[in-house]
Design a protein around this ligand. Structure first.
Ligand code: FES
Length: 680
């Protein structure tokens, strides 16, 4: 029977006997308890805080006396008087074991703490970043035993932290000597070690004990927009998010036009690479200045992007991605120095991680969606649609996951639409059309009122009504179909056919007047036949991709659908289904995941284990190539109808019945055809 006191840690439940006088931090380390420390037990960092509990613990079979830990010592007194220790807390490196004790490790003292995402899909991220801070005391140089400062720093890290294999990139090596001397041979280092790195890299070095925060950028590099989250690498908190248009748009709106630009113009790929890197630099700079941090505090970047963006970011000519067999330069994940990308608005030694690509048309963005949404862990058959200029689709469950991409074009993001615009204050985002009168009402971003509510005019006076954003376009087209303004083939009816003066003749076609403030000097916003065609092409590509995956999987329906993408959270499931963007499914099983690719990037930024996991998952995902699949064209043609030429929508039919219309007078459809009134 051991006579040494029993130490029990919660919440882990790890326990062991230790000699009287053992520091709690030492006991925790020996038991493998997740207790943080930056200063190595010197009483400087306060990361090792613990909460001892006293009294009877029948569950653990112990009674803990008030004297189970040593009394407060001078270091704790000093820390408390200067910084304040929360009530009941002790510094684990200072308090020593005196008797049986139960010790709670609060979540902020755990290195691998769990962070619960607040977004639509509740899931946890286990913090396991590649970059950490360590305080270390380094031996002074000795003429009789000549060694370099770096070698003595490495020896100190080995002795005090058990960390070997230190390499110092040039920017750190240049500041090493003055910082060591300024810190009187005590320094804090930021060390980075990726999951496949054999060494620890010095990212930065500070004199003395440095408590500064370290940050990373999770970047979703899309064809149309670049979205970035600035994350605190200690707790995963997002302290700033921003998005900018991808400046490569001026070289071509979609991926293939950018590949063509590179093919047709010598040096075109370099131009595009320079443009996107400049945009990332300015994004990093503005995020850092808004968050009031120094660019040097950004020590890591994680990128997710489609294969063409991937190659252009890395400075690789994307020409091979424009032609079968669509070979990638590499499909593996990549880790390298940010300086390789000429990123100068982050720490000079910052590291980059790029998620693996699934295949030539299915990139690291799809891998990031898989990391965030975990279709490979789903019991039911889930279809995940990441809506963007190039849509990524994943279909599967625990047994098998398939992926493809589909060239939807930028229509869903407001481009190619006459009144289209990016989501910004003043943009129409919600639309309802009265099926009887054909009168619309709408909401704009930045105002909670509907356009027919009293006070809408003054409330939107500052922004005006400027255009229609992606979710608004989906809603207005679906509402036009539900209200009998648009037929199944996507033709807008005439004023006579529809029975509304809002249908305006535009020569051989018609447009629908959504908003007219031209008399007051405002905008006149219409939905034209060209707009409908652009949306039909985009949604047919999306639907055809989904059908192709379902064919390959051998299923006729899916159990649930997740809409992801920068504006995925704003898409109304009912309208998406009326439009025929997605296959039929129970409406309550269609959910939004927000920017899942961005979330996947964030997870990879916060966890090296997640990087390892997604590399393994990607190898299991089977890629379906839409570009060379003959059935894609067949599915595409049928999916051009609204919602679809042949596929039934039984779940949608339970909620509403779409009018049967044919506005094509050439084909004998005539004046409005037969119509049935929408039920809701
Ligand atoms: Fe740093 Fe205890 S480990 S204060």
């Amino acid at each position: 029977m051991p006579s040494q006191p029993l130490v029990i840690f919660t919440p882990s439940g790890k326990r062991g006997h230790f000699p009287v006088g053992t520091p709690v931090l030492t006991a925790a380390r020996q038991l493998g308890v997740d207790l943080d420390s930056v200063c190595g037990g010197r009483g400087i960092c306060s990361k090792c805080q613990v909460s001892p509990s006293f009294g009877e613990f029948p569950k653990h079979g112990v009674t803990v006396g008030q004297d189970a830990l040593s009394p407060w010592n001078a270091v704790e007194e000093r820390y408390d008087s200067i910084r304040g220790l929360p009530k009941g807390r002790r510094l684990g490196c200072q308090a020593t074991v005196q008797g049986d004790v139960v010790i709670d490790v609060p979540s902020e003292s755990q290195v691998h703490r769990q962070v619960v995402r607040k977004e639509a899909t509740l899931r946890t991220i286990v913090m396991d970043p590649a970059t950490h801070l360590y305080y270390v005391e380094v031996a002074e140089p000795d003429m009789h035993e000549p060694t370099g400062d770096l070698e003595r720093l490495a020896a100190a890290l080995e002795a005090q932290w058990g960390i070997g294999g230190i390499v110092a990139p040039m920017p750190v090596l240049r500041k090493l000597q003055p910082v060591l001397r300024k810190g009187k041979w005590a320094v804090t280092v930021a060390l980075n070690k990726g999951h496949r790195d054999p060494v620890h890299r010095l990212i930065d070095i500070y004199p003395g004990f440095h408590e500064g925060r370290i940050y990373g950028l999770a970047i979703d590099l899309g064809s149309t927009t670049i979205a970035a989250h600035l994350c605190d690498l200690r707790n995963g908190n997002v302290i700033g998010s921003a998005g900018v248009m991808n400046p490569q748009i001026r070289f071509g709106e979609d991926l293939m036009s950018r590949v063509s630009y590179a093919m047709m113009n010598p040096g075109g790929d370099v131009e595009m690479t320079t443009a996107v890197r400049a945009a990332i630099n300015s994004l990093a700079q503005s995020l850092a200045s808004e968050a009031a941090i120094w660019p040097e505090q950004i020590m890591e970047l994680v990128f997710v992007c489609n294969p063409v963006m991937h190659h252009l970011l890395l400075g690789i000519d994307p020409v091979e991605l424009g032609q079968a067999p669509f070979a990638l330069a590499t499909s593996n994940s990549l880790s390298f120095d940010a300086s390789e990308l000429a990123l100068d608005q982050v720490n000079a030694a910052a590291r980059v991680f790029v998620l693996p690509c699934i295949a030539g048309h299915v990139g690291a963005d799809a891998a990031a969606v898989a990391l965030a949404e975990e279709p490979d862990k789903s019991d039911d058959m889930v279809l995940i649609v990441d809506v963007g200029t190039n849509a990524e689709l994943l279909l599967g469950n625990k047994s098998r996951v398939l992926a493809c991409s589909s060239p939807t074009g930028p229509a869903f993001e407001g481009a190619q639409i006459s009144a289209g615009q990016r989501a910004a204050p003043g943009a129409i985002e919600r639309v309802e059309i009265d099926a009887l009168t054909k009168t619309p009402r709408f909401k704009v971003i930045g105002c909670d009122l509907w356009s027919d509510d009293p006070g809408f005019g003054p409330a939107t006076a500052a922004t005006g009504v400027t255009g229609i954003c992606g979710s608004g376009i989906i809603e207005v087209v679906a509402e036009m179909r539900m209200a009998g303004i648009l037929d199944q083939r996507g033709l807008i009816g005439s004023a006579e056919q529809v029975g509304s003066a809002r249908c305006i003749s535009e020569g051989r076609t018609h447009s629908y007047l959504l908003h007219d403030a031209s008399a007051e000097g405002g905008n006149r916003i219409t939905v034209t036949q060209g707009d409908i065609r652009a949306i039909q092409l985009a949604k047919a590509a999306l639907y055809a991709g989904a059908r192709l995956l379902m064919d390959e999987m051998g299923v006729q329906s899916v159990d649930r659908i997740v809409l992801a993408g920068a504006f995925g959270a704003h898409i109304s499931p009912k309208h998406a289904m009326v439009l025929g963007m997605i296959p039929d499914a129970p409406l309550d099983k269609v959910t939004s995941a927000g920017n899942a690719a961005g979330t996947g990037a964030r997870i990879a930024l916060c966890s090296v284990e997640a990087r390892r996991a997604i590399e393994a998952t990607v190898r299991q995902i089977h890629k379906v190539e839409t570009a060379i699949e003959p059935r894609f064209q067949e599915h595409f043609v049928n999916a051009s109808a609204i919602p679809h030429a042949t596929d039934g929508f039984p779940n949608l039919d339970q909620v509403l019945r779409l009018p049967e219309l044919n506005f094509n007078t050439q084909s004998g459809g005539g004046e409005g055809g037969r119509r049935r009134r929408a039920r809701d």
